[in-house]
Each structure stands twice: as C-alpha cells, then as structure tokens.
Design a protein around this ligand. Structure first.
Ligand SMILES: [Zn+2]
Length: 471
C-alpha cells in the first residue's frame, strides 16, 4: 500500500519518555517504537525518537472504561464516536466500551461492527461495542447475542444499560447464552416498579425536598436476584455502577461464596453525595442517583479491598437543552471521561486508600480483563503494546470548560477544584494527547492507518489470541 501525498504526516513512530515514575515508585525511561514498548528502565538507543519529558509524572497503563455512552449512531447532537474518544484521550483512556443504547440500538452485528469501525478509523482509543441483551432494549426477547459475538466486533459484554433486564427468566437465558463464548452480562440494577418517577435518592432529604425517591433496595434486590441466577447457571455477571452500601454487602457475600460476579463504581459515586441535589442543579441528576455519605464511604472501602473490581465512568453526554431545564425534566447523566482520573485521585489516592498501582488495577488491568480485551490493561514492560498515559499528580486546579473536549459539557465538576492533570496519552504507540492538548483528528487517523498496516495489537479479532504473552 502506498501512502498518498494527501495523507497527513503522522507523528514520529518513536518516543523517548524520560524520567517517568512507574506505579512501583521506580523512575524509568520508556521507549515506544512502532506501537510497542521497546525498552523500560535505561534506554540505550533513542536515535530519531521524539523526547517527552516526564519528570514528576506517573506513567500508568492506558485507562480502560467499561461503561461509556458514545451516542453514535442516533444521538450525534450529544456525542459521536470521534468526539467521545477525543474525550477519552483527554482523560488518559486508550480503550472504551460503548454502551448499546444508541439509535438504532446496538442489538445486531451491523450496528456493533459500525461502531467498532468508526472507533478504529478515528484512532483515539479502541472502541469495543457492548451489545444489547434484548431486542431494542425492550426487555421482551433476547437479541442476537451469538451473532454479535461472532461478528467482526467480537462482542463479549452485553447490557441493556439505561434499563434493567428486569424479567428474571430473560436474565437467566442471557446468562446461559453467553457461556458458550465466555461472555458477560452487565446489569443496570434498577427494579423499574420500585423507581417509577424517581428523581433522587430516597431518604430524609428526598422527603424534605419533596422529590420522588429512588430507594437503595431497588438496586440491591436486583443484584441479590442476579448473583443467585449467575450462581445457578454458572455464568459471569457484571454489575454496573454500584451505588449503595447494601449493594456492596451483597457483592461481598456473593464473592465469598465463589459466585462469578464483578462490579464497577463510577467516579461520581466515589466523591459526590445527595446533598448536592438540594441545589436543584440538574448537573447532579444521574441514575443511579447520588447517595448518602455512608454509601460513598462503603463504596470507597469496597473498591480499596477489591469487592468492587473497577471504576467505570458511565460517561453520559447530553446537549445543553437536556440539562439546562427544570430538575424533573432534565436527563440523567454526567460526562466523566475527562475528569475520571482526577476524581479517583481525590477520592482514593489523596485519602490514602489506594496507591498508583491500585489505580492501574481498577482503571486499566481489571476492566480489560472483565471485558476480555487482550491488547489493553497490560503492564508497562518491554514488548507490551504501547498504550499508556502520563499523569501529573502535582497541584490542584479548578476543573474548567477547557478540560472538556467531548461534544457535551454536562460535568458536575465544572468550577470544582480537583487534583492532577493528564499530560499525555499514547494509543498504539502514538500520542492522542500531548502536553494536555488532544492531537488533531487527521494526524491521529493517519497514525491509526499506519498501526493497522503494521498489525495493531488491539483489533477485536485479536481478543483471545494475544501475541503479547508475558504476564
Ligand atoms: Zn446504567
């Protein structure tokens, strides 16, 4: 294949990262060459490399988000695969799982292949589609899970997220079905009957404000049912966005019993509490809702002790008109990709609950493992794929609009002081973000084409056939 004269010049294929701090605490130089980490420690041959000064920066494996709403196809006024993965690059992510609640719904091979291919050609991050569990998210009959699994997108995670698979028989059938290809059902645990018209956490505050409450038991009862179903059929259940102390107890019990269950928590449920709702600012409207301080404390402890496996953003972009309105009419959801690492830093690292190695585990290695990705979540070591992010943990600053590069700006953190800043993100060996600036689309797309020609390590087809065998 010849490179046409109209192809924009991609950046250099070799990068010499100087003086980064690894998650072990050691300082090291890192050489990225042709999409692979060529050397870590002392770099002996940096000829022709672009030098990246990483003094004071923490080098983390590229972050992986199990729960992103990219909105394309169908809701491009909120986000597109391109703008959503630019937000991912800004936040240090190199792989995102795209939720299925698009229009059309991602319930066929055609839609999941389209989403994966849009992500691959944009090049900012690997986009791994999540397939719907039920046709049209209608909760009535199973979607073509096997066809999506066998498609070029190699779907392994299925979810009706936004909606709960509330019919126990359908949930059982879905859990049974995915066993054939080692899939996972990711449940949005919300009993629909217990949450009709709900606007915020149910408790003393909802009574005071006079809003319809979303009781914790609506989440906990579904999780309790589903861990038992997962045990009964011997399948893998993943619980999306745990939000209550009671949910933590159930997951802890299920894990102790040996049930195959994994769980995620969002950054906002680790930091924000229901009191913010009293401002009536719809930026704080999210599903599941912000909970009590006791819940936040339980979620933090559970993430630190491994009961909760991973942090997932639930990045949910909405246009201004869906958020700048009365609370009751406002859409649920917050953007989260750009702020995730700073929020986890604030909630977990600054509090002494976790170190950087734990951050790498919950934001990279574990979500990659749960989602069956093989080219991501790998350690920063020789011969591993060059997916990594450089984070500056020093200083605190007001999180402002300039930090939001996705299409929507419904962030609850605008104007809030947060620690740290992502300085650079490398995907397949090329920077998608450098010096805090997302690289231009043409340049990143050109780098992605070169990576494709070279045989990039993170095509869906590679899942389960990983060529990097070191552990
Ligand atoms: Zn959800």
């Amino acid at each position: 294949m010849t490179v046409s004269e109209h192809t924009p010049t991609p950046p250099s294929a070799t990068f010499h990262i100087v003086g980064a701090q690894l998650v072990t605490g050691e300082h090291a130089d890192i050489l990225l060459r042709d999409g692979v980490i060529a050397q870590v420690g002392t770099v002996t041959d940096a000829a022709g490399a672009t030098r990246v000064d990483a003094d004071g920066l923490v080098a983390l494996p590229g972050l992986v988000d199990l729960h992103t709403h990219l909105r394309e196809p169908g809701y491009e006024q909120s986000e597109t695969v391109l703008t959503g993965t630019q937000a991912a690059a800004a936040g240090g992510f190199t792989a995102v799982f795209a939720m299925a609640n698009t229009l059309p719904v991602a319930d066929t091979a055609g839609v999941v292949e389209q989403v994966a291919s849009l992500g691959a050609s944009a090049g900012y991050a690997m986009v791994q589609p999540i397939g719907a569990v039920t046709v049209g998210l209608a909760g009535e009959r199973l979607a073509e899970l096997g066809t999506m699994a066998a498609s070029r997108a190699r779907v392994r995670v299925f979810s009706d997220d936004g909606l709960c698979v509330s019919d126990p028989l359908l949930m059982r059938r879905a859990l049974e079905y995915v066993k054939a290809f080692d899939g996972v059902i990711a449940q949005h645990a919300q009993d629909p009957r217990l949450t009709v018209g709900a606007q915020m956490n149910e408790g003393a505050l909802s009574g005071e404000i006079g809003m319809v409450g979303w009781p914790g038991v609506a989440e906990e009862s579904i999780i309790a049912r589903d861990v038992l179903l997962a045990e009964h059929v011997g399948s893998h259940l993943h619980v999306c966005h745990l939000s209550t102390a009671g949910s933590v107890e159930i997951v802890r019990w299920a894990k102790a019993r040996g049930i195959r269950v994994t769980a995620e928590v969002t950054p906002h449920h680790l930091l924000l509490t229901e009191e913010l709702v009293a401002s009536y600012d719809p930026r704080y409207k999210v599903n599941p809702p912000l909970r009590r301080a006791e819940d936040v404390a339980a979620l933090r402890d559970a993430l630190a002790d491994g009961t909760i496996d991973t942090v997932a953003t639930d990045h949910a972009p909405h246009p201004i008109e869906a958020k700048e309105c009365e609370w009751d009419a406002a859409a649920n959801g917050m953007v989260g990709l750009e702020s995730a690492l700073s929020v986890v830093h604030e909630a977990m690292v600054a509090t002494g609950l976790m170190g950087w190695a734990d951050v790498a585990r919950v934001l990279s290695a574990t979500p990659a493992r749960i989602g069956r990705l093989t080219g991501h979540g790998r350690p920063i070591a020789t011969d591993e794929p060059a997916n990594l992010t450089l984070y500056d943990p020093r200083g605190r600053s007001s999180f402002d609009l300039a930090r939001l590069v996705g299409q929507s700006s419904n962030s609850p953190y605008l104007g809030r002081v947060l620690p740290g800043r992502v300085v650079a993100t490398f995907h397949n060996g090329y920077p998608t973000q450098l010096d805090g600036v997302v690289r231009p689309a043409e340049e990143v797309a050109a780098a992605a084409r070169l990576a494709e020609q070279r045989g990039r390590s993170d095509t869906p087809e590679d899942n389960g056939r990983h060529r990097f065998t070191r552990s």
